[in-house]
Design a protein around this ligand. Structure first.
Ligand SMILES: Nc1nc2c(ncn2[C@@H]2O[C@H](COP(=O)(O)OP(=O)(O)OP(=O)(O)O)[C@@H](O)[C@H]2O)c(=O)[nH]1
Length: 230
């Protein structure tokens, strides 16, 4: 699989990425009605690339860990209420040395998936610092979702589900635990984001406001047992 981890370095700057983007845009011709940019953020090795690969290709990138260099993206079109919603999903490098590169992309994102690793406390402790960066660089109304990844690693867990929930509540953002390995809640996370963004963009005055928290709770069982998200 060719996704990982090479697109631009500190020295290449934004031009390297623009070229990359144009090449990819030319090759993407799947029909869509509306398009949004989503970014994956969080410490190195929390599983951002694996979550993206699971969602895009339905596969798990096991084996040796190779850190992302700079930033890369993949597109996926999902259907929301008969509307084709294209998610352009940016996978960022979690390593500190790439921060200045990734900051430049925050302001274009309509949604941010912020990940920690349930087996690594430091990745959870750093979530507050990530949220501070988000508030500094992202759009004010950006949709944020907190994900505790690697939920399949029950024996190594150090962050309780309730702790993730509590932190998310403090910041008023939706939360779920995911596993790129088993696929648990991965589709659901992206579908909830797509739905929230679509409703914001195409909201009718007479329609009740979309409630992302309620949607997630109502769909959780379906996504794990039957693969039938609505
Ligand atoms: N068991 C398990 N391992 C995972 C999961 N997600 C990722 N991993 C492993 O964790 C390591 C890091 O995953 P990546 O997706 O490369 O992490 P990343 O956040 O993209 O890292 P950077 O590119 O450095 O920012 C890899 O060895 C993956 O195989 C998961 O849900 N479960």
């Amino acid at each position: 699989m060719s996704i990982k981890k090479v697109s631009l370095t500190d020295n290449e700057g934004k031009n390297g990425t623009s070229r990359n983007v144009l090449e990819r845009c030319a090759s993407v011709n799947e029909y869509f009605d509306i398009s949004f940019k989503v970014m994956l953020l969080g410490d190195s090795a929390v599983g951002k690339t694996c979550i993206l690969v699971r969602f895009k290709d339905g596969a798990f990138l096991g084996g040796n860990f190779i850190a992302t260099v700079g930033i890369d993206f993949r597109n996926k079109v999902v259907t929301v209420d008969n509307m084709k919603v294209k998610l352009q999903i940016w996978d960022t490098a979690g390593q500190e040395r790439f921060r200045s590169v990734t900051h430049a992309y925050y302001r274009d994102a309509q949604a941010l998936l912020l990940l920690y690793d349930i087996t690594r406390k430091s990745s959870f402790d750093n979530i507050r610092a990530w949220l501070t960066e988000i508030h500094e660089y992202a759009q004010k109304d950006v949709v944020i979702m907190l994900l505790g990844n690697k939920s399949d690693m029950a024996a190594e867990r150090v962050i309780k589900h309730e702790d993730g929930q509590k932190l998310a509540k403090e910041y008023g953002v939706p939360f779920m635990e995911t596993s790129a390995k088993t696929g648990v809640n991965v589709e659901l996370a992206f579908h909830a984001i797509a739905r929230e963004l679509k409703h914001r963009a195409a909201e009718q005055p007479h329609e009740p406001k979309f409630q992302i928290h309620d949607y997630i709770e109502s769909q959780k069982e379906k996504s794990t047992c039957c693969g039938g998200l609505m």
